[in-house]
Design a protein around this ligand. Structure first.
Ligand code: G5P
Ligand code: MG
Length: 226
């Protein structure tokens, strides 16, 4: 049986994790598990956990580690025979350690995108809440203004894409991500990509994945700047 491949993608809000993850999932057949998607699903279900989650996400705060690891690790248990890609998890050192107790990551992609680019992107972002499909008015606009391409239902903007919430998310991201990035760097599985355009970064990630999915992880850290 082919070796299972376990990967994660990290990056600040709006860095293109979701956009790139969907391309990876499509091109390489990895299961795609997004922390933001599962959180929004639990909020929509209005379960006890969902109400708690909402109180954090609405204030642009990270959901507590024990809630997040409970949610993600139970999902991972259900797909233990598959190769997968995590988007947005782990985001803290505690989460990375909890994940590491059960699964070793083969590859971690870290996206470094300038702040001004992030701000512009997120103020143009619209979501179809039921499916999680993401549009950008400049980059990938919906065919009909304000409507989902598949269902025709209305698109919405996340509260946490508004400017003041965004600043807080970006500041917090940097502080919290650093030890996680250092951990994966020390393990030799971290690959960083810098740039302002997803379409220019994507070929590098595509070629990295093509290589990695057929070989063992290397023991060095790599930086790619298109
Ligand atoms: P999420 O949902 O994980 P964030 O904040 O990490 O949210 P987000 O906002 O989903 O990240 P992204 O996935 O990195 O961003 O980016 P994206 O959606 O693909 O792209 C952003 C926009 O830019 C889109 O409109 C896209 O079309 C466009 N775009 C992409 N590339 C380009 C380009 O090249 N050019 C242009 N012009 N546009 C482009 O988490 C939400 C909240 O949940 C909690 C936190 O509260 C978080 O704030 N949470 C956690 N809490 C604790 N622990 C965790 N592990 C948590 N995970 C989530
Ligand atoms: Mg996302």
């Amino acid at each position: 049986m082919a070796k299972l491949f376990r990967a994660a993608i990290m990056g600040p809000p709006g860095s293109g994790k979701g956009t790139i993850s969907k391309r990876i999932a499509q091109s390489f057949g990895l299961l795609y598990l997004s922390s933001g998607h599962y959180l929004r699903e639990s909020m929509a279900a209005k379960t006890e956990a969902g109400v708690l989650v909402k109180s954090y996400v609405e204030r642009s705060m990270l959901v507590p580690d024990h809630v997040m690891t409970g949610l993600m690790l139970s999902r991972l248990e259900q797909v233990s025979g598959h190769s997968w890609l995590l988007d947005g998890f782990p985001r803290t050192l505690t989460q990375a350690q909890a994940l590491n107790n059960l699964y070793q990551l083969d590859l971690v992609i870290s996206l470094n995108i300038p702040y001004e680019t992030l701000r512009e992107r997120l103020s143009d972002r619209w979501i179809h809440p039921a499916s999680g499909r993401v549009y950008n008015l400049g980059f990938n606009p919906p065919r009909a203004q304000g409507k989902d391409d598949i269902t025709g239902e209305p698109l919405i903007q996340h509260d946490d894409d508004k400017p003041e919430a965004l600043m807080a998310r970006l500041r917090h991201y940097k502080d919290v991500a650093k030890p996680v990035i250092d951990l994966y760097k020390s393990r030799g599985v971290l690959h960083s990509f810098s740039g302002t355009d997803t379409d220019r970064i994507w070929p590098y990630i595509n070629s990295l994945l093509s290589t990695k999915m057929h070989t063992q992880p290397s023991d060095t850290c790599h930086t790619h700047t298109p």
